[in-house]
Design a protein around this ligand. Structure first.
Ligand code: ATP
Length: 274
């Protein structure tokens, strides 16, 4: 592996020997991974690589079958509630209610997370502002664009001021402008709050620009980990992350399930907006 851990940084996430199977199918195989505090970390891989299964394990949504997962030192198996309190999570599936306004959606999460009544209004306003949707806050979410819905879901996830924000394919199905808006907000969060961000994506170019470090997964296994530039430098001057992936997996990232992926991403977008 190619990891060069930043010296002296505390660990936000520690995954060791994580394996997860769905019946006979091994979705994650002996995964070791560390995410350091304050970094934007990208989990990359084609469909079926095991990214979502890994994320669902560390967010306590799937039981840990084998191995250990810690979030800020908390054991995901034994300290589920404390882990949940430390995390903000935006799943791939729609988590905003189209029949409520943006503000009402975020307020709902404030109640769910037991934000004290006296602080609720201010924290909801802050979360809406951090995601740049304060001007649209009193419109029904059904009138939002796909990019605005994504940012609303991130505002919901920020309401309990998490130390770790976990985003599963935050830009899937969005147009390039909406995608760069989402990334801009992620960067601002990192710069303004020092929050650790762990995200999955299959957009190599975006991960290359936006992530401090990435891990490449393929067929359930970790194939490479490190800073995008360091991984590319190992291969040569003009190497792309796509080349890095091909080098470590022997496969083409773009070809892997590409057609199906396009269909799925289009369908997801349609579902999100519908
Ligand atoms: N609930 C489930 N039941 C059975 N198989 C599953 C389940 N969830 C995931 N899998 C399988 O496990 C493998 C890993 O899936 P996972 O969703 O973790 O991949 P991924 O890298 O996140 O890809 P995607 O972008 O498609 O979500 C895939 O082969 C998938 O079909």
């Amino acid at each position: 592996m190619n990891e060069t851990p930043p010296n002296g940084r505390a660990k936000a996430v520690e995954i060791s020997h994580l394996s997860h199977s769905f019946k006979e199918h091994k979705a994650v195989i002996d995964l070791d991974l560390e995410v350091f505090t304050g970094e934007v970390f990208g989990l990359l891989g084609p469909n079926g690589a095991g990214k979502t299964t890994t994320i669902r394990g560390l967010t306590t949504l799937l039981p840990i079958q084998e191995g250990d997962v810690r979030v800020f030192g908390l054991d995901v198996k034994k300290q589920k509630m404390a882990v949940r309190r430390a995390i903000g999570y935006v799943p791939q599936q729609l988590s905003a209610d189209a029949a409520l306004t943006g503000r009402e959606n975020v307020m709902l999460f404030a109640r769910l997370f037991d934000v004290p009544r006296k602080d609720r209004k201010e924290q909801v306003d802050n979360a809406l502002e951090a995601m740049g949707i304060e001007d649209a806050a009193d419109r029904l979410a059904s009138t939002y664009s796909g990019g605005m819905i994504r940012r609303l879901e991130m505002a919901q996830a920020l309401i309990n001021r998490p130390r770790l924000l976990v985003l599963d394919e935050p830009t899937i199905g969005l147009d390039p402008v909406a995608r760069s808006n989402v990334w801009e907000r992620v960067s601002e969060l990192k710069d303004n709050t020092g929050m650790t961000v762990l995200l999955t994506t299959h957009y190599m170019d975006e991960a290359d620009q936006m992530c401090d470090r990435i891990a490449l997964m393929h067929l359930g296994k970790l194939r490479a980990i490190g800073a995008p530039q360091a991984l590319k430098d190992e291969l040569g001057e003009d190497a792309t992350l796509e080349d890095v992936f091909r080098h470590h997996s022997g496969d083409s990232f773009a070809d892997e399930g590409g057609g199906l992926r396009d269909v799925r991403s289009t369908r997801r977008t349609a579902r999100r907006l519908g």
